[in-house]
Design a protein around this ligand. Structure first.
Ligand code: T4K
Length: 389
């Protein structure tokens, strides 16, 4: 029976929090500093700081090779990468997306006067439910953006057949899914194109950054032009482009962090195994599992708090925060409940029961190279004492 009285003690270990320094979700993973400083010196010596410099080109080559995809077009961040991909695909009217995603997926459409139409998710995977997508198609629909939430592949094949059947464009927001595979193929190869985020909080970061990856030559060329104001040659503008360029120092960070990827995956996997082991028998608590036959980055440890749990999700968050463990309620309350969508579509929630249920249950726990084995075990210990009472 859930205790909603909020009468439980918050800091389990007494007055002082368990961690002196806050333990964040999304603390950046940083590769070899010496290597980074060497690259920084090279950038200064070369006096080439931006505009498709050699570091950016090298990073694009290495990412394309890593993902086994033809083109990587690096950008200044994932949101601008989404906006450019959407524009390059000539999406307009209505585009179907999940509401259970980071707000940037919706804003990238709204920013361009395209209506994001929210379809419900499958509560087991937290990604778009193909049948729900089907129900949201109207004569104004031009595309679908699937999101590989938490790094787990969306229902790629089902979404592709819906898109083919209705003549829609399909692209993916793969912001969480760098270095992950779907059915044995690296994410980055699906739909017309896929968008990556290299934000500081991501598994792999370039401080700020992102990219669109695609196997379509024409699309890649269009996006390269669009990210540089539409310049084709020195004085010739052929598109209404924007400034979406990645800078050299960001690419240098990317090269350094690419070389550290395996170490980050090892740390994430080690922490995930601890959470898996130590939270296994708690009433009403489940960890979203990874398909171990795929390649995973294990970046998001997603815990769900069900009705059988004696304390609520928000009480758990409060208790963790009191211990300086800054767990997050991503992506509560869902895009449809944030502005401007809440006002534009006040009844959207009626068609999003799974989204609302999942958004009310999720707690994302800290992981990454700054969270040690002992830290993960301590977090689990705190959760165990709080939940078991
Ligand atoms: N699509 C999806 C599905 C996404 O998740 C995102 C971004 C995008 C698209 C857009 O990509 P970008 O345009 O961002 O490249 C954070 C990130 O800012 C955002 O990039 C990310 N998703 C989202 C899931 O998380 P907030 O609002 O949670 O950020 P904030 O400031 O609360 O930081 C998160 C935690 O990380 C905090 O506990 C502090 C810690 N942190 C943060 C930074 C920047 C550090 O410890 N060090 C740092 O340098 O959005």
């Amino acid at each position: 029976m859930r205790d909603n009285s909020a009468s439980r003690p918050l800091a389990i270990h007494g007055a002082a929090p368990a961690f002196k320094e806050p333990l964040h979700v999304g603390r950046p993973n940083i590769g070899d500093r010496e290597e980074f400083l060497k690259y920084a010196e090279e950038i200064f010596d070369r006096r080439w700081l931006s505009n498709n410099g050699p570091m950016v080109q090298e990073l694009e080559r290495q990412i394309a090779r890593y993902l086994d995809v033809k083109h990587c077009v690096a950008m200044c961040n994932g949101t601008v990468a989404l906006e450019i991909a959407i524009r390059a695909l000539a999406l307009e009217g209505e585009v179907i997306i999940p509401s259970y995603t980071f707000i940037a997926t919706a804003h990238a459409l709204h920013w361009q006067a395209i209506t994001p139409v929210f379809a419900d998710i499958d509560p087991a995977t937290h990604t778009l439910d193909a049948e729900a997508v089907r129900r949201m198609i109207t004569p104004r629909t031009t595309g679908i953006i699937g999101v590989h939430l938490w790094g787990r592949g969306a229902a790629v094949e089902e979404l592709q057949s819906i898109a083919d059947e209705h003549g829609l464009r399909l692209m993916f927001d793969a912001a969480h899914a760098f270095a992950c595979s779907h059915k044995g193929r690296m994410i980055g190869n699906f739909g017309a194109c896929e968008v990556l985020s290299f934000h500081a909080t991501k598994f792999f970061n370039t401080f700020e950054g992102g990219a669109v990856v695609t196997n379509n030559d024409q699309l890649a060329e269009t996006m390269r032009l669009m990210r540089n104001f539409g310049f084709a040659g020195l004085d010739n503008v052929i598109y209404p482009g924007t400034n979406g360029k990645m800078i050299e120092i960001a690419a240098a960070m990317g090269l350094v962090n690419l070389h550290a990827l395996d170490r980050v995956i090892d740390a994430n996997l080690r922490n995930y195994r601890i959470y898996q082991r130590d939270l296994a028998d708690l009433p009403g608590i489940t960890l979203l599992s990874f398909d171990e036959s795929e390649r995973n980055n294990y970046q998001y440890v997603v815990m769900e708090v069900g009705a059988e749990c004696p304390v609520s999700r928000d009480q758990i968050i409060q208790a963790l925060h009191a211990e300086n463990i800054l767990a997050r309620k991503y992506f509560w309350p869902g895009c449809h409940k944030m502005q401007p969508y809440r006002e534009l579509y006040p009844h959207a929630g009626l068609l999003l029961p799974n989204t609302e249920q999942v958004a009310d249950r999720v707690v994302v726990l800290p992981t990454g190279t700054t969270v040690s084995e002992a830290d993960a075990a301590t977090i689990c210990g705190i959760l165990r004492s709080f939940i078991k009472g």
